[in-house]
Design a protein around this ligand. Structure first.
Ligand code: AP5
Length: 242
């Protein structure tokens, strides 16, 4: 969808464990509303690929399946959210991931975006998926290094084995942290450090749980309906970046 037809929907936050489908669904939501998907995992992987100072600090931590310290995340996220393309709304995929990050985000949104932060609270949706299904999704995931499309060898294989359907001839790759020995620490980090984020939003009456253990199209339809219902009224308060 072109920018001029982008709708204002306010921020959307997708929470959920590794493999819940946050990236898959964020991309669909982004296209539907014409707003950017902001994946902190993708941003960090770009820093690693470019060999920036942040990337050098983050690489080993990510390879171990642990969370990058909060203070390293804030500058990167703030820079990205200040881009003009975020003024009509954005989808956060992978952030916030600790209670500290959630508090920081609320303060940042109030300072940078909203005149009336209560009216413009983000839509926070937690995507719930069974543990065994998560393991299948993570071990089967393959990504196109050219166009970023996500596949799954079990549930959504490419037409030609290991080759992207869209980017001609690109061979699909497995993410470094989708190796067996890294998956479990990632799931543990979610249980210990990211579940409190859901508690944070629950306490503020903002958490919407969604059963994401269903076919992708069904999950997409429910997400769009939730965002249409909960996101639209927030838009008029997004002012400073417009
Ligand atoms: P990040 O890149 O954010 O990874 P993650 O949260 O572990 O999530 P994933 O990308 O693994 O899963 P997803 O929910 O996006 O699932 P996807 O749609 O791909 O983070 C990586 C690392 O960066 C972290 O470990 C940490 O070190 C660091 N980091 C990032 N953010 C941070 C932060 N805020 N603070 C600190 N550190 C941070 O789907 C998975 C698979 O399932 C795919 O193959 C897909 O095709 C398939 N699938 C999706 N939906 C369905 C469905 N409905 N049915 C069947 N298959 C499905």
């Amino acid at each position: 969808m072109a920018n001029e037809t982008a709708q204002k929907i306010g921020p959307v936050i997708l929470l959920g464990p590794p493999g819940a489908g946050k990236g898959t669904q964020s991309k669909r939501i982004a296209i539907h509303y014409g707003i950017p998907q902001i994946s902190t995992g993708d941003l960090l992987r770009e820093h690693v690929a470019r060999g920036t100072e942040l990337g050098r600090k983050a690489k080993d931590i990510m390879d171990r399946g642990e969370l990058v310290p909060d203070d390293l995340m804030y500058g990167m996220v703030a820079d990205r959210l200040k881009h003009v393309d975020c003024s009509k709304g954005f989808i956060l995929d992978g952030f916030p991931r600790t209670a500290g990050q959630a508090g920081w985000l609320d303060a940042f949104l109030e300072r940078e975006f909203f005149e009336n932060s209560k009216r413009c609270s983000p839509v926070v949706i937690r995507m719930d998926v069974d543990y065994t299904q998560l393991l299948l999704r993570l071990t089967g995931r393959r990504c196109c290094p050219t166009c970023g499309r996500i596949y799954n060898l079990h549930f959504q294989p490419p037409r030609v084995d290991e080759i992207c359907d869209l980017a001609h001839g690109s061979k699909l790759v497995q993410r470094n942290d989708d190796r067996d020995e890294v998956i479990r620490p990632r799931l543990t980090a979610y249980e210990v450090q990211t579940k409190p984020v859901a508690d944070y939003y629950q306490a503020k009456g903002r958490l919407i749980p969604l059963n994401a253990d269903r076919p992708m199209d069904e999950v997409t339809a429910d997400l769009l309906a939730l965002i249409d219902r909960c996101g639209a009224p927030a838009a008029s308060g997004m002012t400073k970046s417009e």
